[in-house]
Design a protein around this ligand. Structure first.
Ligand code: G3P
Ligand code: CA
Length: 241
């Protein structure tokens, strides 16, 4: 089972920070999930929310701020004083920190104003960094997935869903999206879904799982992977810990 460190090792360090990614790597993570947004000057930064409000000491929409302004924010202190001075990283910095042997799931949390722009910038960056093989793109915004597939039919795509839908593979085909994986809310995962996906050559990854018992239960259903804020502990639970 693939265990994605969700926003890095986000129970041990501030989410989506270099500290969280480094902690996940130090813990032996083989896959990492992160969220990407675009600044006013079209730089790709790693942050979950559209605004700085929840996870930094500044306020405002990232789309309205320059990279310099975004990086003035402290994204560590809200989590713990030990991380004060931590800055929102560029996606490029994270890709350079994480070795190519580790799968990086880049979830696009775009503001609609960057529709059609963020996809191109993302593919260019990943190609420039030579990481096409080790990046999996996902988004709840399926227009983003369509566009990524149009620009690079070989790009690995994970289709994110909030809720249960019937025949997701048919829906995706109708939309011109060719997925590598389905990213499913863990409470809706079923054996039927997993079998249906596997019959079509698709993997199923569930978000967000932080309980060992639930991880083992999902593994027994044949699930391919989970997103977890506690990746080391969930890996331990599968090892019998
Ligand atoms: O990609 C899985 C999961 O990260 C989606 O939800 O809100 O944590 O980005 P969220
Ligand atoms: Ca995410």
């Amino acid at each position: 089972m693939t265990i994605f460190a969700h926003r890095g090792a986000s129970r041990n360090a501030p989410e989506n920070s270099l500290a969280a990614f480094q902690t996940a790597l130090d813990q032996g993570a083989c896959a990492i999930e992160l969220d990407v947004q675009m600044t006013r000057d079209q730089k790709l930064v790693v942050c979950h929310d559209l605004t700085l409000d929840r996870t930094t000491d500044r306020r405002g929409y990232i789309k309205d701020l320059s990279l310099e302004e975004v990086q003035e924010a402290d994204c560590g202190s809200w989590f713990h004083d030990d991380f004060s001075g931590e800055r929102i990283p560029l996606l490029q910095e994270v890709l350079r920190r994480v070795p190519p042997s580790v799968l990086v799931n880049v979830e696009v949390k775009n503001h609609p104003c960057h529709q059609g722009i963020i996809e191109e910038a993302l593919l260019e960056l990943v190609a420039r960094e030579g990481r096409q093989e080790s990046v999996l793109y996902s988004s709840f915004d399926h227009r983003v997935l369509q566009q990524i597939h149009r620009l690079d039919p070989s790009a690995k795509i994970g289709a994110l869903f909030y809720a249960n839908i019937l025949e997701p593979w048919q829906y995706l085909e109708d939309q011109g999206i060719v997925p590598f994986s389905l990213h499913w809310a863990e409470e809706y995962v079923s054996q039927e879904l997993i079998q249906g996906a596997h019959q079509r050559g698709l993997k199923v990854f569930a978000y967000t799982v932080n309980q060992g018992d639930r991880t083992r239960e999902l593994a027994s259903l044949g699930l391919d992977g989970i997103f977890s804020d506690l990746p080391r502990e969930m890996a331990g639970s599968l090892d019998g810990g």
